[in-house]
Ligand binder design. Structure first.
Ligand code: DAH
Length: 338
C-alpha cells in the first residue's frame, strides 16, 4: 500500500499542465470518484486495522496534496491566459483614453488670432496686474476724470490695479517699438462688476493696434470688415456708430447685422437686429505722444473686442457663467471643434 501511495504521489508531482484541457486531465486522472486517489481509498478499506493505522495519515496527505496541486495548476493556467491577453493579443480592442476638448473661449480666440495673423499682425502680451500709467494715464484718462468710471476697477494699491482692458498692452508695445506696428493682444481683463448672466468679474479681450505713416479710418474699416467676413461669413453686414473712448479720436463701435427673425436674435440685439461686437477708433494724438511716437509722422487705429460675447453668440450660450463653471457636460460638447 505504501508503495502504491508513493507511486501516485510521484505521478502527481511530475504532472504538468499548460492548458485548461491538461488541468482537466489531471482532475479526471486523480480527483474523480474513480480516479487514482480514490481508488487507493477503496484499497484502504480492505486493509487490516494495523495496516490502516500505518497508511491512514499518508493517504490523507496524498489527497490534500492532490487537491492543492490541482488548485495550483488551475491558477497557473488562468494567469498565463491573462498574460497573453495583455501582452500579445493585438486583435483585442485598445483601452479607451478619454479625449479632452478645447475650451470654447480658446477655440474662438484662436480663430480670431489666426485671421489677424494672416493680415500680418503679430501677437503681444502684457501683465494682468498693471500700473495706473499703462491702464489709464497714458491712454488719455486724466486723473479724476469721469471717463475712469466707465470701467469699475479692482485696485491692489493706490496706483496698481488688475487691468480693466487689454488697451494697456497698446501702450507697452508703442513704448517699446518703432512703427510700423501691427499687433494684437489677447488676454484676460478684470472689472469690479456685479456678476450676472451677462457680466462676469473677469473676461477676455483681443486688442488690435496698427501704427504707420498715413494710416486712415478707411484702413480701420477695411481691416475690421475683412475680419468680420472671415469670422462670421462673407455676407455679414456691418455698421459703424460714433462713440467715445478717451484713447481714440474719432471713436466708433462696430455692429454686425443678425436681424430679428429668431427670438434669440431679437433678444441678443434688443430688437434692433444689430449686435455690437467691438470698440475702435483712430489712436488719439495724446496717446501717441505719451508713448513716444511722433504724431506728426505717424497715425494709427486701434480696436478692442470681448471674446466671451462673441463666443456666447456663436454657440448660443445664454449665461456667461457657464463659460467658467468647468462643467464637463458643457465642455465635452466642444470636442468635435478642436
Ligand atoms: N478698451 C475698450 C473697452 O474695454 C475697448 C476698446 C475700444 C479698445 C476702442 C480699443 C479701442 O482699442 O480703440 O471697452
Amino acid at each position: 500500500m505504501k508503495q502504491q501511495i508513493e507511486n501516485v504521489k510521484k505521478s502527481i508531482l511530475s504532472f504538468e499542465a499548460k492548458t485548461e484541457k491538461e488541468v482537466e486531465d489531471f482532475r479526471l486522472r486523480f480527483l474523480v470518484k474513480k480516479g487514482e486517489v480514490n481508488s487507493l481509498f477503496e484499497e484502504f478499506k480492505k486493509l487490516t486495522k494495523e495496516e490502516k493505522r500505518k497508511a491512514g495519515s499518508i493517504l490523507n496527505d496524498l489527497k490534500n496534496y492532490a487537491n492543492q496541486k490541482f488548485k495550483e495548476l488551475n491558477e497557473g493556467v488562468v494567469a498565463k491566459e491573462e498574460e497573453t491577453k495583455e501582452g500579445t493579443d493585438f486583435s483585442l480592442p485598445g483601452s479607451i483614453v478619454p479625449q479632452g476638448s478645447k475650451h470654447p473661449l480658446s477655440i474662438v480666440q484662436k480663430k480670431m488670432i489666426e485671421i489677424f495673423e494672416r493680415m500680418g499682425f503679430n501677437i503681444s502680451l502684457g501683465p494682468e496686474v498693471e500700473d495706473d500709467w499703462h491702464n489709464f494715464s497714458a491712454l488719455n484718462f486724466p486723473k479724476n476724470h469721469p471717463a475712469r468710471d466707465m470701467q469699475d476697477t479692482f485696485f491692489i494699491e493706490k496706483e496698481i490695479s488688475l487691468r480693466t482692458h487689454t488697451s494697456s498692452v497698446q501702450v507697452r508695445v508703442m513704448e517699446e517699438n518703432e512703427p510700423p506696428i501691427r499687433t494684437i493682444s489677447p488676454g484676460r481683463v478684470y472689472r469690479n462688476e456685479a456678476i450676472s448672466a451677462r457680466s462676469n468679474s473677469f473676461f477676455h479681450q483681443i486688442e488690435g493696434l496698427y501704427i504707420d505713416e498715413g494710416v486712415s479710418f478707411a484702413d480701420l474699416k477695411q481691416t475690421l470688415f475683412l475680419f468680420v467676413q472671415q469670422f462670421f461669413g462673407e455676407k455679414t453686414e456691418v455698421r459703424f456708430r460714433p462713440s467715445y473712448f478717451p484713447f481714440t479720436e474719432p471713436s466708433a463701435e462696430m455692429d454686425i447685422f443678425l436681424g430679428t427673425e429668431t427670438e434669440e436674435d431679437y433678444r441678443l440685439t434688443k430688437g434692433t437686429g444689430w449686435l455690437e461686437i467691438l470698440g475702435c477708433g483712430m489712436v488719439d494724438v495724446n496717446v501717441l505722444e505719451n508713448c513716444g511716437i511722433d504724431s506728426k509722422k505717424y497715425s494709427g487705429f486701434a480696436f478692442g473686442m470681448g471674446v466671451e460675447r462673441i463666443t456666447m453668440f456663436q454657440y448660443g450660450v445664454k449665461d456667461i457663467r457657464t463659460l467658467f463653471d468647468n462643467d464637463k457636460r458643457f465642455l465635452e460638447q466642444f470636442k468635435l471643434l478642436n
